[in-house]
Design a protein around this ligand. Structure first.
Ligand SMILES: [Zn+2]
Length: 417
């Protein structure tokens, strides 16, 4: 069994960091089946879903969800009859080494806080089947402790994003790997700061309340509360993993739609229904929902820091609809006029200052306060400024109001019985 576990150690600022990559959840047989699928799909043999053999259908779906279904660059290599030797052992070696390298790099740079005051810390990367973890990466905040970070990664994701490009093209999808690992590691930073502890306490409270009052209305409350927390934690994690991204996209119609969906969730007393709205409409993809909303809030706080700097930052660099510089005081008018605007991402120094500022705060209320102040100082108005305490309270009031109405209906129902 131990052959499936790779261990790497590095001393960083007097802390021994041990990164363990465990492949037990993605064994040889599974890898070989997926590797076969990868060959068949990328050679073009199974390109069209109608050509998929029935016995592979479920696994092929997992492929598609990991965004590694078909790659032109690898298809070209296979067509040129490039046939490198591959093996499960090699897959493990390549992926484990690479993931450990990213982990050490992050701990030594952006995420030093997770080793502060520790003699030793563990980062445990668990490789699993994509179908089992239902996403390609996540930080397991329930198992993680201050000195134990648990991250689960999909085996197919590594196969398609690291191993196959390494084998065929002698390179990997570095930006995707960096984005993924840094996003999940950021959750460990939050875990160390005790953020999840607070979230779980609140969710426990909600759950306890639901046991005493078994009506379903609180279902939407817990959904809503989860979103409130995620706006900060997922927003910040997205802000980190997009730190080398070139642009910030302000999409006002998307923002409006998202805020309407939040209201819709707050008006839905039925738990199952509110979950469905959340999963199907609010957060169908990674660039939506609390990820997008929270990320934009972080960016706005950063843009306001930029405004306060002397010299060359007196204006905002617009990349789309066309390349131009506009003054900060014209930003709101410009956003409303063009609706979808791309702005150059923050320079490294401003990014670092924003990040430092954001990690000093401890809950979403402080986050909202910081964001609201940034908007006001930048002169942003709805929907460029889309979130504040008024809206936060409005959502909670809506949820409560619908609860009252709903409970009256229930009372009536019992009266009639
Ligand atoms: Zn996340």
């Amino acid at each position: 069994m131990s052959g499936n576990i790779k261990t790497f150690k590095q001393l960083i600022n007097n802390t021994e960091v041990i990164c363990r990559v465990n492949f037990n959840g993605y064994p040889k047989g599974m890898f070989e089946q997926d590797w076969h699928i990868f060959q068949m799909v990328n050679s073009g043999t199974w390109r069209d879903p109608s050509q998929w053999p029935t016995e592979y259908r479920e696994r092929l779906k997992a492929y598609k969800e990991a965004e590694i279904y078909f790659r032109d660059d690898i298809h070209d290599k296979i067509r040129q009859d490039v046939k490198p030797d591959s093996s499960y052992r090699q897959y493990q070696d390549v992926c484990a080494k690479l993931v450990a390298r990213y982990v050490f790099y992050l701990v030594a740079h952006d995420m030093k806080t997770i080793i502060e005051g520790l003699e030793r810390t563990w980062v445990k990367i668990i490789i699993k089947d994509r179908q089992e973890i239902e996403c390609y990466a996540f930080h397991d905040e329930v198992s993680s402790l201050a000195d134990q970070c648990y991250i689960q990664l999909s085996g197919q994701f590594l196969l398609g994003r690291v191993y196959a490009p390494w084998l065929y093209k002698a390179r990997i999808d570095a930006s995707v790997i960096d984005r993924t690992v840094s996003h999940e590691m950021q959750h460990q930073v939050e875990c160390v700061r005790g953020l999840y502890e607070r979230e779980y306490k609140m969710q426990d409270k909600i759950k306890r309340f639901m046991r005493i009052h078994p009506n379903q209305w609180l279902g939407c409350m817990s959904q809503l509360y989860g979103i409130f927390c995620n706006i900060y934690t997922e927003g910040l994690a997205t802000f980190i993993n997009r730190r080398y991204g070139a642009r910030i996209i302000f999409d006002l119609p998307k923002i409006e739609k998202h805020m309407e969906l939040l209201e819709k969730i707050a008006k839905t007393p039925d738990k199952e229904k509110s979950i469905r709205i959340y999963e199907d409409e609010f957060r169908p993809t990674f660039y939506n929902g609390e990820y997008y909303v929270g990320y934009l809030m972080c960016c706005t706080i950063g843009i306001n820091l930029l405004r306060q700097k002397p010299g060359r930052f007196k204006a905002v660099h617009i990349l789309h609809p066309k390349d131009e510089w506009i003054s900060f005081k014209d930003l709101d008018r410009f956003l409303h006029e063009h609706k979808v605007v791309q702005i150059e991402f923050l320079d490294q120094e401003t990014f670092n200052q924003t990040y430092t500022l954001l990690t000093k705060i401890n809950d979403q209320r402080e986050f909202i306060r910081l964001y609201t102040r940034a908007c006001d100082e930048l002169g942003l108005t709805w929907p460029a400024k889309f979130y504040d305490f008024k809206f936060f309270d409005h959502l909670k009031r809506l949820a409560t109001k619908y609860y009252e109405r709903y409970s009256r209906v229930i009372e009536k129902k019992y009266e009639n019985d």
